[in-house]
Design a protein around this ligand. Structure first.
Ligand code: KIV
Ligand code: ZN
Length: 524
């Protein structure tokens, strides 16, 4: 008999923890709406206590959503209270509490003697903190989830004790994360089966799993967990997340669908929305989907060799185990142009999952016309990039007004930039190793900054000579990295815009953290 699997999407929380993948509130709202259209069961919208921007995003999503919205919290009262406040207007709020349970984490993170002198004492403290936190959260909302961080490396006896105690305290869902992506599918599946045997009250809660992909086993581990009793899967679109990422939603859902003959479970996901969701997340986060990525990669349905092409032409089933159309890949390209009109543009955007307001629509239409002047045919991917770049931009401290570059085979590359800041204009010139380096140097000079460029990528968004070029620049400052994206039919301009956007992100983050810490000090 087919059993239903609950899909808990954590793209907006763990996914956003991918290096450089910060999303603003508007982008998160659009992704949350698209996730609802995809029919996920739970959206983990963020970690409210961690910053005012996180709080605001969770609140805005909770205010308008019909699905379950989860907010993450440590076991601290301030975290749980903040999660509760952000979820106050949610139709279905869930507080998601986590605390580590493995010896490695306990000894590493709770070394202070105030948590106990021996491992045994520290374990007791962790158990009590978990139970107290769940009890407190349960008094605020009916739906509480508890995660035993690093459960993959936790001793099964202690893990069972913690899980039993938090269920007793009222946890409706108990999550078993393989936080470090360390386990093997057989081992992880056995751990879930073992928990089912050892924990007396396990039937009172849903078993969830949350697998990371450090060894490329996140999806395999999740499926093995399902086969051994897990009924909720935590996953992200395109598998983004901390380090090597999380289990990929689209891969799990399609594996269950395609191999239902041997794995009798189903999800409520509307698989025709998979491709749109994947593109939207990639566009907003700036994390490019690798071409050979299962289900949503550019090559996932491309048949290159003659033998394969011949086979597919004779019968698709020879080399295709699912069709591109089933996951929403539109083979017939819809092309818009200068004469498509506002209405045509709005309706295509709606089909791609975007919901601009009237005011935003005015901005996108103007940007669309500028682009349509530069390139005759505008494809879906051009629109996705336009939406990512133009519409949901937050307050910008600096804006590129003018760029002039002199480069060639026999000249020293030189760039001049003019940057608008409030009503002030900053102008500077610089040389560099090439035109991009010269532009970056000129921007740094104008802003009197020196930054580490951690990564820089340029790609064409659509095919052909008139394709839009998209540049993605990641800069680092200490523990934090910031990504900027810029597009133009001129890749030097796209690069300069991307660099400036990353700088804007960095400066806005710094400003917000200073204000946040000032608030914290004021509270104390
Ligand atoms: O990987 C992890 O353990 C987590 C928890 C917060 C669920 O992300
Ligand atoms: Zn995680």
């Amino acid at each position: 008999m087919n059993e239903r699997i609950i899909i808990f999407d954590t793209t907006l929380r763990d996914g956003e923890q991918s290096p450089g993948a910060s999303l603003n509130v508007y982008e998160k709202l659009e992704i949350a709406r698209q996730l609802a259209k995809l029919k996920v069961d739970v959206i983990e919208a963020g970690f409210p206590v961690s910053s005012p921007a996180q709080f605001e995003a969770v609140k805005r999503i909770a205010d308008e959503s019909e699905v379950i919205i989860a907010g993450l919290a440590r076991t601290k009262e301030i975290d749980i209270k903040s999660a509760y406040d952000s979820l106050r207007n949610a139709k279905h709020p869930r507080i998601h509490i986590f605390l580590c349970t493995s010896d490695i984490h306990i000894l590493g993170k709770f070394a202070d003697s105030k948590y106990g002198l021996t491992l045994e004492e520290k374990r007791k403290t962790i158990l009590k903190m978990s139970v107290d936190a769940v009890t407190y959260a349960k008094a605020l909302v009916p739906d509480v989830e508890f995660s035993a961080e690093d459960a993959g490396r936790t001793d099964i006896g202690y893990l069972s004790e913690v899980i039993e105690a938090v269920i007793e305290a009222g946890a409706n869902t108990v999550n078993i994360p393989d936080t470090t992506g360390y386990t093997f599918p057989t081992e992880f599946g056995a751990k879930i089966a073992d928990l089912k045997k050892r924990v007396k009250n396990i039937d009172k809660a849903i078993i969830s799993v949350h697998c990371h992909n450090d060894l490329g086993l996140a999806v395999a581990n999740s499926i093995s967990a399902i086969q051994n009793g897990a009924r909720q899967i935590e996953c992200t679109i395109n598998g983004i997340g901390e380090r090597a990422g999380n289990a990929s939603l689209e891969e799990i859902v399609m594996a269950l669908k395609v191999r239902n003959d041997i794995c009798n479970y189903y999800t409520d996901i509307d698989i025709t929305e998979i491709y749109n969701t994947s593109r939207m997340v990639s566009g907003f986060t700036g994390i490019i989907v690798q071409p050979n990525k299962a289900v949503v990669g550019e090559n996932a349905f491309a048949h290159e060799s003659g033998i394969h092409q011949d086979g597919v032409l004779k019968s698709k089933q020879t080399y295709e185990i699912m069709t591109p159309e089933s996951v929403g890949v539109n083979k017939t390209k819809i092309v818009l142009g200068r004469h498509s009109g506002r209405h045509g543009l709005k309706s295509r955007l709606g089909e791609l999952g975007y919901h601009p307001s009237e005011e935003e629509m005015q901005k996108i239409y103007e940007a669309f016309l500028v682009l349509a002047d530069k390139k005759k045919e505008i494809f879906d991917d051009d629109l996705r990039v336009l939406m990512g770049d133009e519409i949901y931009k937050e307050e910008e401290l600096y804006e590129l007004q003018y760029l002039h570059v002199n480069a060639g085979t026999d000249v020293i590359p030189t760039a001049t930039v003019r940057i608008k800041s409030n009503e002030k204009m900053l102008q500077e010139s610089s040389t560099g190793d090439g035109p991009v380096d010269a532009s970056f140097n000129a921007i740094e000079r104008a802003l009197e900054l020196k930054l580490v460029v951690e990564s820089y990528n340029v790609r064409s968004v659509t095919s052909g000579r008139q394709a839009l070029g998209e540049a993605i620049v990641r800069i680092r400052n200490g523990e934090n990295s910031f990504t900027g994206r810029g597009t133009s039919t001129d890749i030097i301009e796209a690069s300069a815009k991307a660099f400036l956007q990353a700088i804007n992100q960095y400066l806005l983050f710094t400003k917000a953290s200073i204000e946040f810490h000032q608030d914290e000090l004021a509270i104390k």
